[in-house]
Design a protein around this ligand. Structure first.
Ligand code: 2YJ
Length: 273
């Protein structure tokens, strides 16, 4: 799994109008709107102020990324959840969040980033949240995906989830990975593995790039929409000119989907009661 770095997440979430206005132009929705759609909340808007979120810094593995927990808490604050960063890391931080009555505890080591709903004792994994959020973005930007061809680049955690989610949205999904066997392993989920990623890119106009793959602009077809959670993120001038839309942010969409989906465990249970 790709590890974030301090410079990649610096300033996230950026000025609210920035990502929200870009997403509004391409998908018709804000970050919160995408997250609510991804979590299956059908209301026009929702007041999340009853969900207190805590971000716990985690020192294990490669250690704390400066600003990570602060960015995560800022993202949940923007969703309307009163949010804090715990003063202590790791288990002591989790205890601090619990003592403070946090409903959603956000924390990440190197392989797993999760939002744990303490009321429901269930968590949402960021790999799913990222795949779901970027699939919803692609669907909204394309005006639906039923019967459409979509190429997923990268058969890691996010890419594998994206294959399953996009199939569920009615798309015909191809998948490419530098390790062909990883793409092949997704055949049981309805994906068509591709050996030649450059050819696959040139033949598709709907892409979900979940790999650290910098797509050369000269192979991108005119009018392509790229939903692009992968980092490093770079599209050259030709690529930016040819694409109708490139949807990307390093942290906010996946984190917002993860937090809202965790809160939705409680919201949906209360609706059923
Ligand atoms: O608490 C900290 O500061 C660190 N332990 C954060 C680690 C951040 N996690 C990662 O970089 C993971 N590889 C997952 C990133 C998922 C982003 N979509």
């Amino acid at each position: 799994m790709t590890r974030l770095t301090e410079d990649v997440i610096w300033g996230v979430p950026d000025d609210r109008m920035d990502l929200d206005s870009k997403l509004l132009k391409t998908t018709g929705r804000t970050v919160k709107g995408i997250a609510m759609e991804a979590a299956g909340l059908e209301a026009e808007d929702y007041d999340f102020s009853a969900f207190r979120a805590a971000a716990v810094p985690v020192t294990s593995g490669l250690g704390i990324i400066g600003g990570f927990a602060r960015s995560v808490a800022a993202i949940t604050t923007r969703l309307g959840m009163p949010s804090t960063v715990t003063s202590r890391p790791d288990v002591a931080g989790f205890a601090e969040a619990t003592d403070a009555g946090a409903d959603i505890v956000m924390m990440s080591d190197d392989p797993l980033f999760m939002a744990y709903n303490t009321r429901e004792r269930r968590y949402t994994d960021n790999s799913w949240g990222t795949a779901m959020g970027y699939s919803v973005c692609l669907r909204d930007a394309a005006g639906g995906l039923e019967g459409d061809d979509v190429l997923v680049i990268g058969a890691g955690r996010v890419g594998s989830w994206a294959v399953k989610i996009l199939r569920g949205m009615g798309a015909r999904v191809s998948v490419a990975d530098i390790v062909y066997e990883k793409a092949e392993a997704l055949i049981p989920y309805g994906a068509r593995p591709c050996r030649d990623v450059e050819r696959a890119v040139s033949e598709n106009t709907l892409l979900l790039n979940a790999a650290p793959y910098i797509i050369p602009g000269e192979i991108i077809a005119d009018g392509t929409i790229v939903s692009s959670p992968g980092v490093p993120h770079y599209y050259d001038l030709e690529g930016r000119t040819r694409c109708k839309a490139i949807i990307h942010d390093p942290l906010e969409i996946g984190t917002a989907v993860m937090a809202v989906n965790s809160a939705a465990y409680t919201i949906k249970r209360e609706m059923r009661a």
